[in-house]
Design a protein around this ligand. Structure first.
Ligand code: C2E
Ligand code: MG
Ligand code: MG
Length: 591
């Protein structure tokens, strides 16, 4: 930090070969409270500058060895000497010396013989001006930090990164060298944020930034760069997305080595406060000049490659290839199709029976959306619901599901079908923004339905997110007479706390555990434990994905209340479901 005149006793360096002048200057300046350091020639002055770091310099022009002009130039080359006020002491008031003093970087000049009181004021004026100047420089730096660096991690932001990339690309073009752009996205970061809170999420991002920096510094590429340069070579674009550029690449494989090093480094647990967190990342790589010649395209292609890495199963890296562009176009047209489907009601709601495992009879259904696409055919909800969420269409979509479910219930009621509870899946995205209680209440008010006609299926992440508001909404739904179940139990951040805090009626054991219940004693033990826990909390247990009669029997013997699965029936259209209920078969025959 540059010292300023506002601090006590600024230090003035006097550079003059004449002993008498130095003596008089010292006396005059010290009387005014300045501290003084002397140098008897320019070489000594430059040599001592770094250590002394004076607040101002009085510099004689006529000196042997290095004259005042050259001394001034040498000090200005110092990074800390750029803004130090330098007062040139010229022998003669000739225009030529004044010109040369100005050209060599002097701040001001004073002529000999020196008028001592004036000298003191000159120094004070200079310091005051430099203080104001340094203030401006500091502000500018601050603004730069804000405008070009990510405040959380201290890494470059998108603007800075793109600028530096453009700059480095110009050099790479001139030098005919290769460069890689890495686009990195953390896997499942949202879950961590949702379950452990933004505070922990932020700290995690900071730690990730540090690990990336370490990996990059250890790479050969960066050791060839100047120290300060590397600062703008890693950026956080926002959220959990990072970009890295690797200039002067010997061959593209070196980029994959860096990607691997980052993945290995991130695989080590992060300990944040009391949490031990495991994460992974997916990385996409594009190479200059092969995959693009400007920053925009290289970043876009690295981003596409990152998506590909995610699709390939996360925790990996992928190089960009041209075929990804086609995929991106396909994705775009898929998204357009979804927008249209939401607008044009291209979905239908199907129903999967939920069976009472004790008597084998249907006592409810889960509604599952189907999309019959004109050219793609049946599209699975696992494929289109994430897109609907990403496109911000989940609200109109959920409205449709609720209206459709209510309509179907009314139809069954009018046609004398015995009352069955219909479960509706509610996406965790924007759960609190969905005005769910109002929507369900309206759907009930508009019909002659009983509130207990509905069960709301939420996932564990809903409870972790904004828990205060979630609690209120769930209580409201329960107040209306609906029941609430936790879907896919055991696959997220299951916490007994949630089950105790929130008004939950039932737990759905994920089919992942049911699948191997016959062969894996561990899965069987987990299922048994979930059932026991639910019983002690007076909750109902629903097993998902029952496909064999062995699983059916085992779950029933374990005391599981309800079940659904292909053994009984997959999700089927409303008419087929109606028939099945009217037949009133008992699935106990399957045992
Ligand atoms: P989920 O709520 O866990 O639904 C159960 C999924 O398991 C359904 O897949 C169902 O068809 C499937 N399934 C049922 N029995 C068996 C079985 O015995 N074996 C196997 N292997 N699978 C079985 P689906 O219909 O493809 O739905 C996938 C997910 O999409 C659902 O998982 C749910 O999270 C979501 N989803 C479906 N419809 C909606 C909806 O209307 N709104 C929202 N927000 N999400 C929905
Ligand atoms: Mg469900
Ligand atoms: Mg489920």
């Amino acid at each position: 930090m540059i010292k300023t005149a506002s601090q006590l006793n600024p230090l003035i360096q006097i550079v003059d070969d004449d002993f008498a002048t130095r003596l008089l200057m010292r006396a005059s300046l010290e009387k005014e409270g300045f501290r003084v350091a002397e140098a008897e020639n320019g070489l000594i002055a430059v040599a001592e500058f770094e250590e002394l770091h004076p607040d101002a310099i009085l510099l004689d022009v006529m000196m042997p060895k290095l004259d005042g002009f050259d001394t001034c130039r040498a000090i200005r080359k110092h990074s800390r000497g750029i803004n130090t006020p330098i007062l040139m002491v010229t022998g003669l008031e000739d225009l030529d010396s004044i010109h040369r003093a100005f050209d060599s970087g002097a701040t001001d000049f004073i002529t000999k013989p020196i008028n001592w009181p004036v000298l003191n004021y000159r120094v004070k004026y200079m310091l005051r001006a430099s203080e104001a100047f340094n203030d401006v420089v500091d502000k500018q730096k601050q603004i730069q930090e804000l405008a070009f660096f990510d405040h959380l991690t201290g890494l470059a932001n998108r603007t800075m990164f793109k600028d530096s990339l453009e700059h480095v690309l110009t050099e790479s073009t001139a030098e005919e060298t290769q460069l890689a752009v890495l686009f990195m996205d953390l896997d499942r970061f949202k879950t961590i944020n949702d379950t452990l809170g933004h505070h922990i999420g932020d700290i995690l991002l900071k730690n990730v930034a540090e690990r990336i920096n370490t990996c990059i510094r250890e790479s050969d590429t960066f050791s060839r760069l100047k120290k300060n340069e590397s600062k703008s070579y890693v950026s956080r674009l926002g959220g959990d997305e990072f970009t890295i550029m690797l200039p002067k690449l010997r061959n593209p494989e070196d980029a994959s080595k860096v990607a691997q090093r980052i993945n290995t480094s991130l695989a080590q647990a992060f300990t944040i406060e009391t949490h031990e967190i495991f994460i992974s990342a997916s990385i996409g790589i594009s190479i200059f000049p092969l995959d693009g010649t400007n920053a925009e395209i290289l970043m876009k292609h690295a981003d596409l490659a990152m998506y590909h890495a995610k699709e390939k199963g996360k925790n990996g890296f992928q190089f960009y290839k041209k075929s990804l562009n086609i995929k991106a176009r396909e994705r775009l047209s898929f998204e357009n199709a979804i927008r249209k489907a939401v607008a044009n009601d291209e979905f239908s709601l199907w129903y999967q029976p939920q069976v009472n495992l004790q008597d084998g009879r249907i006592n409810g259904a889960e509604s599952l959306t189907r999309w019959n696409h004109p050219t793609l055919g049946q599209v699975s909800p696992s494929d289109f619901i994430p897109s609907i969420e990403e496109l911000g269409l989940i609200l109109p979509f959920t409205d449709w599901v609720i209206r459709q479910a209510a309509k179907q219930q009314c139809y069954w009621q009018k046609n004398g079908i015995r009352p069955l509870r219909l479960a509706v899946n509610i996406s965790s995205k924007h759960f609190v923004q969905q005005h769910l209680p109002d929507k369900f209440r309206r759907a009930i008010d508009d019909s002659t339905l009983k509130p207990y006609s509905f069960e709301v299926e939420i996932t564990e992440s809903v409870m972790a997110e904004q828990s205060g508001e979630t609690l209120e909404i769930l209580q409201h739904l329960k107040g209306l007479g609906m029941t609430i179940s936790v879907d896919d139990f055991g696959t997220g951040y299951s916490s007994l706390m949630y089950l105790k805090t929130f008004p939950i009626n039932s737990i759905k054991i994920d089919r992942f555990f049911v699948k191997d219940i016959m062969t894996s004693p561990q899965d069987a033990a987990i299922v048994q434990a979930i059932i026991a826990m639910a019983q002690s909390l007076e909750m109902t247990v629903i097993a998902e994905g029952i496909e064999t009669s062995d699983q059916f029997r085992m779950l029933r013997d374990m005391g599981c209340d309800m079940g659904q699965g292909y053994l009984f029936s997959p999700a089927i259209p409303a008419e087929d479901f109606t028939k099945l209920v009217l037949e009133n078969t008992s699935f106990n025959d399957l045992l």
